[in-house]
Design a protein around this ligand. Structure first.
Ligand code: PBG
Length: 325
């Protein structure tokens, strides 16, 4: 017996199979939700400059893209619309023939099994780029709720399986739940962007979705990155209003928040691995500074370890490919 007393942690790390036996967290294809951007027009597959390998797709090219997603074993997509026309009230968001509504119909027709999530917000559709009705430079809360409920109902009518409101008006889950129920959509779940920070990490998405605010910022409705207790207040109210899933967004700089939400609520928790988190990795990888595959898997496993059940990520197709090998 040696005199020196210490623990031998390396015993369990000796071989790959041994490490496999004691591995605590796994990433599965079922964890992945793939975001897509749909546009009006034909034969359009326009690259988003700030997001390599992300495209604006017209509806005629959507089927091929969804076929690839389904073949890779991905079970769910979240749809973002980039409308041809914007106006003060974001009417394209709740038009039965809006771009998202049409895209949902096209997808569900060919892939009824694929879980289609509709992002429910107004900012891509409003001329001022804010997520609500604007009057005298202020984003109005209560009048916006009706438009959100109308948007959610039209998306459910089009065949959306899940409504994901991202707009951060107070009461948005209550208003949408009420609207969906009234319209006979009791069975459609709400995946609420409950904890959504006002983040610079959304920069590339706003390029992609043409949704930058034309004046001011989103700080009166999205959360201050410095706050933790407030995240639980946001999650609490959304649960009380009827949210079936809770999203924390962004993911990487908010792992503590993910764990807090997981520890406090027993609904599925979702991380949104946002555009800035994606583009930073892509830029560094393009320069040969990091190993993209290993970095991405480490990031996503970190989110799972922090407590999420599902991850919305632009890397979903790559990850699904890696998991197949
Ligand atoms: C719409 C919305 C945004 C994102 C998802 N839904 C942008 C924003 O709030 O400004 C960001 C997603 C990403 O960065 O990948 N409100």
């Amino acid at each position: 017996m040696s005199e020196l007393q210490f623990s031998r942690h390396r015993r369990l790390r000796h071989t790959e199979n041994l490490r496999g036996l004691v591995r605590e967290t796994y990433l599965h294809k079922e964890d992945l939700i793939y975001p897509i951007f749909v546009v009006e027009g034909e034969n359009i597959k326009n690259p988003v400059a700030s997001m390599p390998e992300v495209f604006h797709l017209s509806l005629d090219l959507l089927i091929a893209e969804m076929q690839e997603v389904v073949d890779l074993g991905i079970k769910s997509v979240i749809v973002f619309g980039v409308p041809a026309n914007k106006d003060e009230l974001g009417t394209e968001a709740y038009h039965d023939n809006g771009i998202v509504q049409k895209a949902i119909k096209v997808i569900k027709e060919s892939f009824p099994e694929l879980v289609v999530i509709a992002d429910t917000c107004l900012c891509q559709y409003t001329s001022h780029g804010h997520c609500g009705i604007v009057e005298e430079g202020q984003v109005l809360n209560d009048p916006t709720l009706d438009l959100l409920a109308r948007t959610a109902i039209s998306q459910a009518k089009a065949g959306a399986d899940i409504i994901a409101p991202s707009n951060m008006m107070d009461g948005f889950v209550a208003a949408i739940r009420y609207g969906l129920d009234e319209a006979g959509f009791h069975h459609i779940p709400i995946m609420s962007y409950a904890v959504k920070y006002s983040s610079a990490f959304y920069g590339p998405f706003r390029d992609a979705a043409h949704s930058s605010p034309q004046f001011g910022d989103r700080k009166t409705y999205q959360m201050d990155p410095a706050n933790r207790a407030e995240a639980l207040r946001e999650a609490e109210s959304d649960i009380l209003e009827g949210a079936d899933f809770l999203i924390v967004k962004p993911a990487l700089s908010y792992m503590d928040i993910i764990r807090d939400v997981k520890n406090n609520y027993n609904v599925p928790v979702v991380a949104y691995n946002v555009s800035g988190e994606y583009s930073m990795v892509k830029a560094a990888a393009a320069n040969g500074w990091i190993n993209e595959k290993e970095i991405v898997q480490e990031m996503l496993i970190g989110m799972k370890r922090a407590g999420v059940d599902l991850i919305i990520t632009y890397f979903a197709k790559d990850v699904a490919r890696w998991l197949s090998k």
